[in-house]
Design a protein around this ligand. Structure first.
Ligand SMILES: Nc1ncnc2c1ncn2[C@@H]1O[C@H](COP(=O)(O)OP(=O)(O)OP(=O)(O)O)[C@@H](O)[C@H]1O
Length: 262
């Protein structure tokens, strides 16, 4: 792999559910230090694409390559290879504390296997955190800007849950982070915390795939944008070019720019 090679690439990815073509022949690249924004209306296939990359769903067709090697296997295997994600609907362990949830990503990366992860978790629950783990939880909390480490996850607002998910993903020290609607339901504080993490990862030469309906934020934060429509890539390019494109006008407003002007 040379520095010009993508950190992560997908080619010819497709996934159908019965007659619904959720993702159809999608190809993409993500380079080191790059934020790729993924936008598109409801049902465009954004979450399905994230699922195919992270191994939450099996692709019908297509190939993925991460740092020069084929990316295969289930979600836990891919996480061990350096992928981390957040979910459109946050998936925290609601009965655990903020600190325990933040540590889950690091435990998973450290133990590289579900059985050992669960064993580590049970040990963590049954006895207080080792000082190093508590310090790590505090560092992750500071990174995303969340306080109250001993609160139960179920007592958090949606925005706080999203921040903990981002912190948990950060704890795995991913080379690629996939964020699925991190700004939905987040207040200014939540937006700032997630934005900070994106900037840190970009600065460290990692990659970020950012899915969100907040087009203003995505086009501000992303280096490149992919617009999806009915499972396909309708446009791919710089944020400015995407915003000015006829495809953007058509997908979001149902009109081409010249029709708007007349
Ligand atoms: N598990 C599933 N079973 C059946 N159909 C599914 C499943 N997951 C997604 N779909 C369908 O695939 C299409 C793409 O869905 P997907 O959730 O990927 O879109 P999206 O762009 O993420 O939408 P949103 O912005 O609303 O989250 C939709 O028509 C959806 O109903």
């Amino acid at each position: 792999m040379t520095t010009a090679d993508p950190l992560l690439s997908g080619s010819g990815l497709s996934k159908s559910y019965g007659g619904v073509h959720a993702v159809s022949d999608v190809s993409f690249t993500l380079h080191a230090g790059e934020v790729l924004g993924l936008i598109g209306p409801n049902g465009a296939g954004k979450t399905t694409l994230v699922d195919l990359v992270t191994g939450a769903q099996d692709a019908d067709t297509g190939e993925l390559v991460l740092t020069g090697s084929p990316l295969r296997g289930g979600a836990a295997h891919r996480a061990a290879q350096g992928l981390a994600r957040t979910f459109q609907h946050p998936q925290l362990a609601l009965d655990l504390s903020v600190a325990d949830n933040l540590l889950l990503g690091a435990y998973a990366a450290r133990h590289r296997g579900l059985g050992r992860l669960l064993a580590g978790l049970v040990r963590g629950i049954l006895r207080p955190h080792a000082p190093a783990d508590r310090a790590l939880a505090e560092r992750l909390a500071t990174s995303v800007g969340i306080s109250g480490l001993d609160r139960h996850a179920r007592d958090l607002t949606l925005g706080e849950q999203r921040l903990v998910e981002v912190g948990r993903a950060l704890g795995a020290e991913p080379c690629v982070l996939l964020l699925d609607e991190p700004f939905a339901g987040a207040d200014a504080h939540g937006v700032a915390g997630t934005t900070r993490v994106i900037e840190v990862l970009r600065g460290a030469g990692h990659g970020v795939i950012l899915v969100d309906h907040n087009v203003d934020l995505v086009t501000t934060l992303a280096d490149r944008v992919m617009l999806m429509e009915r499972g396909r890539v309708a446009f791919e390019g710089s944020p400015a070019d995407c915003l000015a494109s006829p495809e953007m006008q058509r997908v979001y407003f149902g009109t081409a720019p010249e029709e708007v002007a007349s």
